[in-house]
Structures are given as structure tokens and as C-alpha cells.
Write a protein that binds this ligand. Structure first.
Ligand code: AMP
Ligand code: MG
Length: 768
């Protein structure tokens, strides 16, 4: 069945734009200006010269030679003869012809006034532009308006580019039965691989065409189908078939075995396309070459593919080697979308997250994503009241007001150097000798203006006298007898002078509400006249450890016992946020004991319990919290470590139940607790700090949860590198203490190879 969309013709590609005007108006000259500008924008322009009476090809100075020299491909068409000239060495004639017909991004036609194409007019009298078909893009008096013409042409190119029809070609091949059945019919939970791919693509592209022969699941029988192009092999056969069928379209080409494709990755890929490209083939970290499947092909790519196919060369990647191929790296959370399934083992790995159906159902009901968990927590965080604090203890607090300047900064025109305040015209010729008429130390006020031939000795921070407009630093002067100085080096007017109000004007807001006060912010508040500031109250936080086996650090563990590290870790982390915790000690796994401790914790703004939150028989915390009247908002998050995190609310108190393993406790504190505390204080950006880093070693895949793996950070010229540390899991404090950050491995990702770009959750102060 042929796809239905074949009925509607695609808009003309490449766009054709006329340059019109009387003979001698400067058309060729304008095109000569225009061509290099378009080439500089990455475009490949062709020029057609119409109504050439006698072709004197290649003669220097002739019109066709002038535009050829400017860089255009040229076709000169006359009543008796036509002539084409291309920038191509070692090219056969059919290659040349294909080239001018298919490879260009736009065609400029000189002198074609009656054609219904958009035009640029060259005329001294705009009122005399004839009423002919085709949009008038621009009217200019002469050829000196290359820039305006460039903009007009670029707009057309962009418009046509944006208006290209976008179609998706899914290559089903269908012959390979290595995996038991054709790959595209492999199923997970009743959904075939092909349906999965088509669904992801269908979120952004209306026309999906299946290319190749093979059985298709019944739900997809309505899709358009095309056979592979004859005489070619592999993916190229499919791509060529698509391009020949709709030569004026942009094609998103996909393999049918992209098991982890997502609509987001499709949207990202489509967004990479822009004028002046033949294709977009992403590059994935750790893979040696770019990806020709799950890539975008522009109409101009066809020329390259046809050429390669005619030569019997069937690699898409090599076919486009000489083309303009953008090779962007997909964002790290999308990279798995390029994973294809080749072996049973890969298929099993991809399958695993959903193969344990029982768990999966439970997950779907109770496990929420990290992003969602953060949203829930931030929404539940109440805004604390504000209080006034003196400046010397304001560091670390969050502003609860806008701070407005009561002065201009600098407050007066002042010198930035020790030296001499001079009139710039007096030092136009150096050396120049000047009379020193006064001394202006910092803190004093000049007594007189500086007149011609005079200067004032001035210190850093002192006001510059009237009349002086430049300060020459003392190192560029020498004494020239009593009361005189010799200026040895010229300085431009204004040098070493800070103007009044150049940093801040009176009444201007210098610090906004929600700003965390660090030393520079405190300094600025002082500079604009503040002795105290209105800041948010600091949340009160209670911390309780639970577990029969948990003992204090100064006790010696008997078999089965473990020292409480979580409470101290939390106190340390919250201390960095300027929050002192109220430590409630250790509660044994006993409902009555827990309940009594909870009542104390509930007196605070935030109550943090560690341990006892999983689903074991001794994990009593969630139940006891419910009994204590806490409304639980979630009890499992799709993260690793930290899955059994509990969060709830009673009155104005927020309650966090953190998993007992020490690494889990701190990671979840960083991801959820600290942001909640920051939000309570009104901090404008409460989110955890993440940086991008390149992996120096591989990280294992993390199953169906977003996982956080400890890495040591290293700075290089190109940015941050993250080296995985030896780590034995969420109880391994030794491993975690070697790390500076936790690299994020997205849910359902396969192993991340060395060289991948990852996001990493940075511990505060680890970047200092
Ligand atoms: P739980 O969440 O109670 O099942 O605890 C999980 C693991 O974390 C167990 O091995 C506990 O011994 C350990 N653990 C629980 N609380 C703490 C604590 N305060 N400090 C260090 N380890 C703990
Ligand atoms: Mg326990």
C-alpha cells in the first residue's frame, strides 16, 4: 500500500529566489556580494543566469565567471545554449548534474522577472517595481546592499526549511531471524518492538512510513509502506526508497530495534536540524562513529546517497562523509534511546526491568520518580516567618527582603590607583611635565580644581579633583624637581577612574529576596548602608536514629551491632546549611518507644528519622508514623540508593523517614531534605547542585531506578571528569568518603562506558 500523503505535493525544494532589475542595475554585483555571505552561513547557493544571449563561458570578468569566483555553482541558460560550471574536481557529468539539482540549499536566478518566485529588486525607483507574480522580498537602489539581501534570502531559506514536510521512515528489514523471530516483532508485555518505536515517533511526526518487507502487527496495518530500493543493500536501501518517494521532505530515519527510544529523544533530534545541513547523525560517547540510524536526512542528502549507491558503496555514514553532517551528542538522559538490540543477551537486559511482573505492578503503584518526589516535598514545605539579624551573623541566612542601595556606588568619582590626577589633553605628548598643586589622600576632599598644566598627587580610593579626567599610575611617572612631576606614559582619558554610580545607583535593588547570604553578599549589604537584614527564620530540625542494633560511636560494638553514623552525618550536612539539629538519640525497634520519640520530633519544623523504613518485620517506622497521625505522601522512590524513603506531614511538621544505610541517608538528604529546608527559608533556587562531567571509567547499569554512584571529581582543561571510586554499595562509607560527587545513571540505561557525559550530584564544598 502506498502511503496516503503521496497525494499532497511538497513545497519546492530548494527554494528559488530571483534577483531582478534593469540591465546595468547591478544584479550580478549584488549576487557577487550575496554568495560569500550565504556561504559563510553554511549554505550552498547555486546561481542560474537566465536570458544569457551569447555565452562566453569562463571568460574572466564575465557575469557567470564573477559569481562562480564568488563561490556559487553556476548554470547559465540562454535561448541557444546553456552552460553549467561547478566547484567540483574529478566529477563526472552526471555527478555534476545531480549536484546542481540536488545539493544546493537555494538557487538565485538572475533576471527572471515573470516567474512566480520571491524576488529581490534592484531599482532607484521603488514605485516602478512591476506588478508581476511572486513575493517582493526587498527593494534596494544598488548592489551595495549585500547585507540586507543576505537577510532577505536567509529568511526565505529559514521559512522553507521550517516548512519542510517531516516524515519518519522506520526500517523493518525483516529478514534477520537471529533472535527467533523478526526483531521488530519481539514483544514485551504484548507490545512489539515496532509498535514501541512507532509510538515514540508518532508523538512528534504525523507521517510514519514502514520500509522493507515483513509481517507487521495488526495495529500498524494502516501505516504507509514502501519496499526497499532495488540494487542497494542494508539501511541504505530503505533510506533511498524514502528519499526517492519524497525528495523534498526531511526524513527521520530509524531502525525498528531501538528498544529504548523515547518521544523526548525524537524531539531533541528533530530540533537539531537547521538550514545548511545535509544530515544530523548524533555521536554517542564511547562509540567510534556517528549514528546513521535514528538520524535526520535533509533533501540535500539524497545527492550523496544516490552517488554512493551508484558506486556500489552502501554505507550511509560513508556516503555522507563529504556532506555537511552535524554530529551532536545527545543529552545524557537521552543517550539510551540510540541503543539497538542485536543479541538475545541485550534483549534480556532491556527486558529485565519489566520481566518481574509482580514487582513491576507494585512499583507502578507505589514507587514515584525522583523528580515527582522532589515536587511533592517542595510543595509541602511551609514558608517560615522572617526575623531581623545583625550583619555580622547574617552569613548563611536567606534574605527575606530586597536590599536597596542608599547611595551611589562608587559614591564619588574616585581613583583606582596611587598616582597623579591629570587632564588628558596635558599628557597627549609624553614625556610631559606638570605642576603638582595638591595631595589628595584617601578620606580627604580635593580643595581645588586641576587646571591646564597642573596635576594632583592622589591615592587609591580618593576623590578625583574637578578638571582632572585621568589618573596616571605612579609607576609611569618620575619626580621632576620640587613641586613637579614628569609623566612618562600616555593614558587614555578616563583611565584608572571609577565614575560615581557606575556600579549601583541610589534606590537600586542590589540583593533580591531569596538570596543566600555569602561573604560577598554580606559585604554588599554593608556597602549600601545595612547594619542588619531581614532574613528567613531557620527551620528547627529533630533527628532520630532507630534500630535495635544501633549504638553510639563511643561504644564498642558487640556482634551484630553497628555504630550510629547517620545522625552525625545529618548534623554535619545540615550544619553546612546553617541549621543546628536537635539530636533525639537512638530508639529501639519498639512501637511504644518509637511513638514516644516521635512526639518529641513532631515539635519541630522538620523531623528526620533514619532506619526502619523498609518492609522487613522490624521496619516499624512507616506504620508508627501513620499511627502518630502523619499523612504519608510517598513511601518509595525510584532511586538507588534510597528506595524506601518515606515522606509525610503532620500539621506544619514535615517528616522524613530515611533508609538506614549511611550512604542512602546522605544521598536522600541531599536530594530531598536539603532542598525542602532551603524552600522553607525561601531560597530562590532550592534544587540540588548538579554538574556535567565526563566519565573516566565505566559505570554499571542501574536497573529500573535512577542510580547515584560515587565518583571522584577532577578538573581538566575541557571541564570536569568523574572517576568511579571502588564502592561496595550503600553501606560502604569508605567508598563514599573517597568520592566528591554521585554520578547519575538514568533508569533503564545500559552500562555507561568511559567517555560518557553524566550529571553528577555534587557534595557541598567539594568543589572548593
Ligand atoms: P534499616 O533501614 O533499619 O533496615 O537499616 C538498613 C541498614 O542500615 C542496616 O544495616 C542498619 O544496621 C543500618 N543502619 C540503620 N541505622 C543506622 C545508623 N543510624 N547509622 C548507621 N547505620 C545504620
Ligand atoms: Mg533497622
Amino acid at each position: 500500500m502506498m502511503p496516503e500523503t503521496a497525494a499532497k505535493p511538497d513545497p519546492l525544494y530548494p527554494p528559488v529566489i530571483g534577483v531582478c532589475g534593469q540591465s546595468g542595475s547591478g544584479k550580478t554585483l549584488l549576487i557577487q556580494q550575496l554568495v560569500p555571505r550565504l556561504i559563510a552561513r553554511g549554505l550552498c547557493p547555486a546561481v542560474v543566469k537566465r536570458c544569457t544571449h551569447r555565452i562566453e563561458a569562463d571568460r574572466p570578468g564575465k557575469d557567470s565567471d564573477r559569481v562562480f569566483q564568488a563561490g556559487a555553482e553556476v548554470l547559465a541558460a540562454g535561448p541557444q545554449e546553456s552552460f553549467a560550471r561547478f566547484h567540483a574536481e574529478h566529477m563526472s557529468i552526471e555527478e555534476c548534474l545531480r549536484r546542481v539539482s540536488g545539493k544546493c540549499d537555494l538557487v538565485l536566478v538572475e533576471g527572471c522577472r515573470d516567474a512566480a518566485i520571491p524576488k529581490i529588486w534592484l531599482t532607484q525607483k521603488p514605485s516602478e517595481v512591476p506588478a508581476v507574480p511572486g513575493e517582493s522580498l526587498l527593494v534596494v537602489p544598488d548592489a551595495s546592499h549585500g547585507r540586507a539581501a543576505e537577510q532577505a534570502v536567509w529568511q526565505v531559506v529559514e521559512r522553507v526549511h521550517a516548512g519542510l514536510r517531516v516524515l519518519a521512515a522506520v526500517l523493518i528489514g525483516g529478514r534477520s531471524r537471529r533472535m527467533g523471530s523478526p526483531k521488530h516483532l519481539l514483544k514485551q508485555e504484548q507490545v512489539t518492538l515496532l509498535e514501541r518505536v512507532v509510538t515514540a515517533v508518532g508523538a512528534h511526526i504525523a507521517d510514519v512510513v514502514l520500509i522493507g518487507t515483513g509481517e507487521v502487527p495488526p495495529s500498524l496495518l494502516g501505516l504507509g509502506r514502501l519496499p526497499d530500493a532495488p540494487g542497494t543493500e542494508g539501511p541504505m536501501a530503505g533510506v533511498l526508497s524514502a528519499m526517492r518517494w519524497r525528495p523534498g521532505a526531511r526524513w527521520l530515519v530509524l531502525a525498528c530495534d531501538l528498544a529504548m527510544i523515547t518521544p523526548d529523544a525524537v524531539a531533541w533530534l528533530l530540533a537539531q536540524a537547521r538550514p545548511g545541513l545535509d544530515a544530523v547523525m548524533p555521536v554517542l560517547p564511547g562509540r567510534p562513529t556517528c549514528e546513521p540510524l535514528f538520524a535526520v536526512y535533509e533533501p540535500t542528502a539524497r545527492w550523496f546517497v544516490e552517488l554512493a549507491a551508484a558506486r556500489g558503496e552502501f554505507s550511509l555514514r560513508r556516503a555522507l562523509q563529504l556532506g555537511r553532517v552535524l554530529q551532536p551528542q545527545p543529552p545524557c538522559d537521552m543517550q539510551t534511546a540510540w541503543t539497538n538490540v542485536n543479541t538475545r543477551e541485550e534483549w534480556r537486559r532491556i527486558e529485565r526491568p519489566s520481566s518481574t511482573r509482580g514487582n513491576k505492578l507494585k512499583d507502578a503503584q507505589s514507587m514515584i520518580s525522583l523528580e515527582r518526589a522532589l515536587e511533592v516535598v517542595l510543595r509541602a514545605a511551609p514558608r517560615l516567618p522572617s526575623t531581623e539579624v545583625r550583619l555580622e551573623v547574617a552569613a548563611g541566612r536567606v534574605l527575606a527582603e530586597n536590599v536597596v542601595s542608599d547611595v551611589d556606588l562608587p559614591p564619588f568619582k574616585k581613583s583606582a590607583m596611587d598616582g597623579f590626577a591629570v587632564r588628558s589633553e596635558d599628557i597627549a605628548d609624553v614625556p610631559a611635565e606638570l605642576r603638582v598643586v595638591e595631595d589628595v589622600p584617601a578620606g580627604s576632599v580635593p580643595r581645588r580644581a586641576t587646571h591646564s598644566g597642573e596635576c594632583a598627587r592622589i591615592m587609591t580610593g580618593a576623590p578625583v579633583p574637578e578638571g582632572a579626567d585621568t589618573v596616571v599610575m605612579v609607576e609611569h611617572t618620575e619626580p621632576a624637581g620640587p613641586g613637579r612631576v614628569r609623566i612618562l606614559r600616555a593614558a587614555p582619558k578616563g583611565r584608572n577612574i571609577c565614575l560615581r554610580g557606575e556600579d549601583v545607583k541610589t534606590g537600586q535593588t542590589v540583593l533580591a529576596e531569596g538570596t543566600r547570604l555569602r561573604p560577598f553578599q554580606v559585604a554588599l549589604a554593608a556597602a549600601v548602608g545595612r547594619r542588619s537584614l531581614r532574613v528567613s527564620a531557620t527551620p528547627s530540625v529533630a533527628v532520630l536514629a532507630t534500630g535495635d542494633e544501633v549504638i553510639e560511636p563511643d561504644q564498642t560494638p558487640r556482634p551484630g551491632q553497628i555504630r550510629n553514623s547517620n545522625s552525625y552525618a545529618l548534623a554535619a550536612r545540615l550544619g553546612q546549611e546553617g541549621i543546628w539539629v536537635d539530636y533525639l538519640g537512638i530508639a529501639v525497634d519498639d512501637i511504644a518507644v518509637l511513638q514516644a520519640a516521635f512526639e518529641k520530633g513532631m515539635q519541630r519544623d522538620v523531623f528526620v528519622v533514619s532506619g526502619g523504613v523498609s518492609t522487613g518485620d522490624y521496619d516499624l517506622v512507616p506504620g508508627a508514623l501513620k499511627d502518630a497521625g502523619v499523612e504519608l505522601l510517598f513511601s518509595e522512590i525510584a532511586v538507588q540508593p534510597g528506595r524506601p524513603t518515606v515522606f509525610g506531614r503532620r500539621g506544619r511538621t514535615m517528616v522524613f523517614g530515611l533508609p538506614g544505610n549511611p550512604v542512602s541517608t546522605l544521598v536522600i538528604a541531599e536530594l530531598l531534605l536539603v532542598p525542602a529546608l532551603r524552600r522553607m527559608m525561601g531560597e530562590s533556587n532550592p534544587s540540588p547542585l548538579m554538574i556535567r562531567a565526563v566519565l573516566d571509567g565505566p559505570l554499571p547499569h542501574g536497573g529500573n531506578r535512577t542510580s547515584f554512584r560515587p565518583v571522584a571529581l577532577r578538573r581538566s582543561a575541557e571541564g570536569w571528569h568523574a572517576e568511579p571510586v571502588v564502592y561496595h554499595g550503600s553501606a560502604d562509607l569508605v567508598g563514599a568518603a573517597r568520592a566528591d560527587a554521585f554520578a547519575v545513571v538514568p533508569a533503564d540505561a545500559l552500562e555507561l562506558p568511559a567517555g560518557s557525559t553524566v550529571l553528577a550530584l555534587v557534595f557541598p564544598l567539594s568543589l572548593e
